[in-house]
Write a protein that binds this ligand. Structure first.
Ligand code: HEC
Ligand code: HEC
Ligand code: HEC
Length: 430
């Protein structure tokens, strides 16, 4: 409750700043704020529509705007934020309930500048990253979106409680956290690295999940140093050898983004969706560009501490649990089975500061990624019904502190909280 009050106070504070921002914006006038897209870019040839389809995959518009099993881009997918739930809009060509009557300028204003039909958009729509998209990509994307089948479906986007349902507060948010600036290539790096920079920080919006967020949902310092969302931890993507991608070769990263797994890791949860909807469709050249960009980032500073001793009581229990429940698949010494069952040793996710993804996967299991490059994904069974909080905590503490891994202990209370938050089943023996 106190946390809520603090949040409300901060939000209202931002609202005031917001008013100032809004006034300043209104004074400047919109036309000066956004440079117009040269009309010549919109040719709407078949080739342009195909390029637009590729941009939509790159930017993963379907992740939020398509509810699985429902018509494409008809909206209604609910995004849970710490402030309440927001639904993604209908962006089909229906003139009434979708964006069928929009112009390219209106589309651009929403996608790159965060202003939609009802005013400021919530940053659950990743316009802070899309702001970096090129004019050509936005225009191609629009040519493609115009070919999307119209679906008549009204979506009530804003389902937030007061005061968060007040869109003018977002002017304050934008002032604090939104840099409405186009992508600028860095000098002194290769064209490949710049392409990767564009993909990661523009359409790919990797930071939406892989960068930590403050109480208001703005980015913390330490871009791509890892973030936690909806019961998952999205790991550090810098070359940190312990918690990041320091031990991954470019081929490993490309394989992961193309097929959803490699010998270090397998994608689950939101990353599984990102691989299935987005990264598996990228060209090898673009995937290697992403790898080249991530590999030249400065490594985050996080250093491994000493591992918890093997004779610690939780480690002793953990060893017993892992030997009986996990080693049949993950193999002795945490080696895994190449490209099928992830190794638990030398695994950045296993060493991560925040064990959210590990707890999540052990409680609810994980379906292996199914991609064109990996048509029969192996699955991880769920253990919520089968194991007590204490045993799950011990198993995870053990795998986080064996075979060269080292990371903070996981407590039974952590598992219990996640069990409730994730709606996992209760332990049957209780
Ligand atoms: C991470 C989720 C997410 C992704 C990815 C995403 N959107 Fe959105 N989008 C939303 C949400 C949520 C809203 C509604 C926000 C609001 O009402 O403030 C929205 C709103 C919009 C709107 C405004 C609609 C209106 O009626 O005002 C447009 C246009 C749009 N998105 C297009 C796109 C396109 C194009 C892409 C891909 C380049 C995309 N979105 C990717 C979540 C997402
Ligand atoms: C919607 C949120 C989301 C987006 C967007 C996203 N990721 Fe992830 N990513 C995650 C989560 C969550 C995990 C952890 C999944 C797991 O443990 O199975 C992850 C895992 C990864 C991993 C594996 C890391 C490891 O050590 O195991 C890589 C590599 C990765 N993401 C790269 C990317 C790149 C590159 C992008 C942008 C093109 C991206 N991700 C966009 C959420 C996201
Ligand atoms: C039937 C085989 C099987 C058993 C038994 C099993 N796992 Fe897994 N595990 C898998 C597979 C397959 C994956 C990859 C799933 C995915 O993420 O798509 C996985 C993934 C994981 C991950 C995520 C690794 C990553 O890089 O994201 C962790 C952590 C994990 N298992 C821990 C355990 C623990 C702890 C146990 C015992 C309590 C266990 N597993 C038992 C097959 C198994």
């Amino acid at each position: 409750m106190t946390q809520f009050r603090t949040l409300a106070a901060v939000a209202l504070g931002c609202g005031l700043i917001g008013f100032a921002g809004f006034a300043a914006w209104a004074k400047h006038g919109e036309s000066q704020r956004f440079a117009a897209i040269p009309p010549a870019l919109l040719g709407e040839s078949v080739a342009q529509i195909e390029r637009g389809r590729y941009v939509a995959a790159m930017a993963d518009c379907a992740a939020c705007h398509t509810v699985p099993g429902k018509p494409e881009y008809a909206g209604g997918y609910s995004l849970q934020t710490p402030f309440g739930s927001i639904q993604a809009s209908n962006i089909t060509q229906d003139p009434e309930t979708g964006i069928g009557s929009w112009s390219l300028e209106q589309f651009d204003k929403a996608v790159r500048h965060g202003i939609g039909r009802h005013g400021y958009l919530y940053p659950a729509m990743p316009y802070p990253a899309y702001a970096k998209m090129s004019d050509a990509d936005i225009t191609d994307l629009w040519a493609y979106i115009k070919t999307v089948e119209p679906v008549h479906q009204t979506v009530v986007e804003n389902q937030l409680p007061f005061p968060y349902n007040q869109r003018f507060l977002l002017a304050g948010w934008n002032l604090l956290f939104f840099k409405d600036q186009p992508f600028t290539p860095q000098a002194g790096v290769s064209a490949q690295v710049n392409r990767g920079d564009y993909l990661v920080n523009g359409p790919g919006h990797c930071a939406a999940c892989h960068t930590g967020k403050n109480l208001l949902g703005g980015d913390l310092a330490g871009a791509l140093h890892g973030g936690t969302l909806q019961g998952w931890h999205a790991p550090d993507l810098t070359p940190n050898p312990h918690v990041g991608l320091g031990k991954w070769a470019s081929d490993d990263l490309v394989r992961y983004l193309k097929t959803g797994s490699n010998h270090q890791a397998a994608a689950s949860g939101p990353m599984l969706e990102a691989v299935e909807n987005s990264t598996q469709h990228l060209t090898d050249a673009d995937l290697y560009a992403i790898a080249a960009y991530l590999q030249q980032l400065p490594a985050s500073a996080e250093q491994p501490g000493p591992a918890i001793a093997a004779d610690d009581p939780q480690m002793v229990t953990g060893k017993r649990v892992v030997e009986s429940q996990c080693e049949a698949c993950h193999r002795r010494d945490g080696h895994g089975v190449r490209n099928m069952i992830p190794a638990l040793r030398d695994n950045a996710q296993v060493n991560a500061r925040d064990a959210a993804s590990l707890i999540n996967i052990v409680l609810r299991g994980a379906e292996g990624p199914v991609t064109a490059g990996n048509p029969t994904g192996a699955g991880m069974p769920r253990f919520d019904w089968k194991m007590a909080d204490e045993d799950i905590a011990a198993a995870l503490t053990y795998i986080r502190n064996s075979w060269g891994n080292s990371a903070a202990r996981v407590s039974a209370a952590d598992v219990s909280r996640a069990r409730t938050a994730l709606g996992a089943e209760a332990w049957l023996m209780r």
